[in-house]
Design a protein around this ligand. Sequence first.
Ligand code: COA
Length: 161
Amino acid sequence: MSNTLQQNLTIRRMHWADISAVDQLESELFPTDHWSVEQWWRELAAEHNHYWVAELSGKVIGYCGLSAQAPDADIQTIAIGVEHQGGGLGGRLLDYVLAAANELSIQFIFLEVRADNHSAISLYSSRHFSRISERAKYYPDGETAIILRRDSKRTDTEVQR
Ligand SMILES: CC(C)(COP(=O)(O)OP(=O)(O)OC[C@H]1O[C@@H](n2cnc3c(N)ncnc32)[C@H](O)[C@@H]1OP(=O)(O)O)[C@@H](O)C(=O)NCCC(=O)NCCS
């Protein structure tokens, strides 16, 4: 099942016309602190930002964004719709972004993740992101943010939990 899903996944650049579908997914996945439509417009317009959507049968089921200024980049967001999670699609999307970062001559990729987001931490760990610091009470509900970094020249370390 998951192999079939992965084979059928299409990843392409996000366009303005995708904002409505992405906004709907975003509201479902981040009910308390999701981006507004206006913020999506700003994100897509920003010079150093790169956004992609993941599609199954023409339907947007995920998205990811990278803000890149070599040699550094930040993963702004990554998400897969609830009904498609756990099937390897998040991994496929992240691998695509890592390859894109490589083409942009990025060495260090940073991101923030909630300390209680075990599936995301597991995903990043499997792609050699390492914990470099944390910010207590970073999120509106008081949860800690863990800051991760991936060094493309040294991808043999695991996230320390
Ligand atoms: C994080 C997210 C993108 C992962 O997408 P996904 O399609 O579920 O990921 P995959 O199926 O590729 O699995 C990725 C890893 O998470 C693990 N995983 C999946 N669901 C899990 C769960 N409920 N608990 C723990 N680990 C889990 C998988 O085993 C896999 O680990 P592995 O590569 O070591 O086997 C997805 O869960 C999501 O969109 N979450 C909501 C938005 C979010 O939190 N984004 C991250 C913000 S930093």
